[in-house]
Design a protein. Structure first.
Length: 447
């Protein structure tokens, strides 16, 4: 098979009269019976690099497939809105120094299906770049691109060709276009004014965690959670460095455009929206909360229904302002298929109000809690009815998010995949006002 591939590649180069920089090799070439011949061919001096074209959904299988000598430059995998590449497999591949390239399915299929859930403005290239994958563009597809898309594509091409690559990445010219897609996209967006220039990220000096108190008495906490009709309140939840990082990040978010206004909020009683900080950064709440394994272990132990994982629904930042009347009594809505593996969380970042949360336990007893900063409330869906009282002059800010043990969706989930409203939406207006106010406060403090 190695000899046949070698002859085929030479014939292709002669036929098209073009230099071949990268050859995608099929999964079959790496099977046990064919690998020795493939390896022998790849060990020869050649003017092109090779990548592996295979759809792999299990990280361990991806690692085994890509762990080759000579090492592949890239992995080409099926990846579109409705069938994204496995995140753990992508992360493991990038960590090994191998680029991941996104390959959407046939346009007619992907476009027709994704149109059911995404706006016409959705464009898969930035979506791939933001997740660390290189993107692929079919020949001739650029003719249908809109001006802003074409401008970004040109900027990405320029940024890719001017990357300052580490010495270990300079084997083939093509690697410049594949190496570190996130950095390439960010450089391109800065060059055309989509993003402001920023200082390089510094690594956190800690791993996100929870307090020692949080991880004690987990069996007893699981009993309390069940007796309360699947609700539990815990104070001093995250460890000091993690809570401090969460506070600083929420303050940054209020000043940023990384919050997408929740069109279902009225801006007065409840203000806020979904956190959309797609550029990877160490201070991201997705790292501090969704990437916090001690927290995940606590959730799994207290829920006692098997392993739990961060959901694929965005984290939301909310504020109950000075004039907020709170929120009426309600059980939480089921968003995922299995009720006991669908948990909602309200983490209090700060609270200087008289706002209380009340709930009824399984025995019908009423509980009242004034949530403190760095406190967490975990609530099962279709379970404990709970209410939020008026703030009476102060304010309370929280983070809302979901953990699941089964990613299959309930019918209700799809009602929340559309979040479209214009500038007349009161919550969007109030969010813009809040952003301007926080920016003014920062500027005043700097004077």
């Amino acid at each position: 098979i190695g000899k046949l591939m070698e002859e085929y590649i030479l014939d292709i180069q002669k036929a098209v009269g073009l230099t071949v920089g990268l050859v995608w090799m099929p999964y079959a070439a790496f099977k046990k019976q064919f690998w020795p011949g493939t390896q022998k061919m790849l060990a020869k001096t050649r003017s092109w690099d090779y990548g592996i074209h295979a759809e792999v959904s299990i990280p361990a299988v991806a690692k085994k497939l890509l762990d080759r000598s000579p090492k592949p430059t890239a992995w080409l995998t099926t990846d579109d809105f409705l069938r994204p590449a496995n995140e753990e497999a992508v992360a493991a591949t990038l960590e090994a120094g191998i680029a991941c390239v996104s390959l959407p399915r046939k346009e007619a299929v992907a476009a027709n299906l994704s149109a059911l859930y995404f706006s016409e403005e959705a464009w898969p290239l930035p979506w791939a770049w933001h997740r660390g994958l290189a993107a692929s563009v079919p020949l001739g597809a650029t003719a249908s691109l809109k001006a802003p898309q074409m401008e970004l594509l040109k900027a990405v091409a320029f940024a890719a060709s001017h990357l300052d690559l580490p010495a270990k990445q300079t084997g083939f010219p093509l690697q410049a276009a594949l190496y570190d897609a996130r950095s390439t996209l960010k450089a391109a967006e800065v060059s055309i004014g989509v993003l402001p220039p920023s200082a390089p990220e510094t690594k956190l000096a800690f791993s996100p965690g929870v307090s020692t108190k949080t991880l004690t008495g987990l069996e007893e906490k699981a009993k309390i959670f069940k007796a309360n009709d699947h609700i539990i309140y815990a104070e001093d939840f995250f460890d000091v460095p993690t809570f401090q990082a969460i506070k600083e990040e929420t303050q940054r978010l209020w000043r940023s455009t990384d919050i997408e206004a929740n069109c279902n909020l009225d801006g007065k009683n409840r203000l806020g929206g979904y956190i959309m900080d797609l550029i990877t950064q160490n201070s991201s709440l997705y790292r501090l909360i969704y990437g916090n394994d001690p927290f995940r272990q606590w959730v799994s132990a207290v829920n006692a229904e098997g392993p739990m994982w961060p959901s694929d629904f965005p984290i939301e930042l909310r504020e109950y302002g000075m004039d907020s009347k709170g929120m009426g009594c309600h059980p939480d809505l089921q968003m995922y298929k299995v009720p006991r593996k669908d948990l909602e969380f309200a983490f209090t970042v700060d609270n200087d109000s008289r706002c209380n949360v009340t709930f009824w336990d399984a025995a019908g007893k009423l509980h009242t809690v004034q949530t403190k900063p760095n406190s967490l409330m975990m609530v099962g869906v279709n379970a404990a009815t709970h209410c939020v009282s008026p703030t009476e002059g102060g304010s309370r800010s929280i983070l809302k998010f979901i953990y699941v043990g089964d990613y299959r969706k309930s019918n209700e989930f799809w009602h929340y995949t559309s979040n479209e409203c214009d500038d007349a939406n009161p919550n969007r207006q109030m969010l813009d006002d809040r952003r301007a106010q926080r920016l003014r406060e920062v500027r005043s403090a700097e004077l």
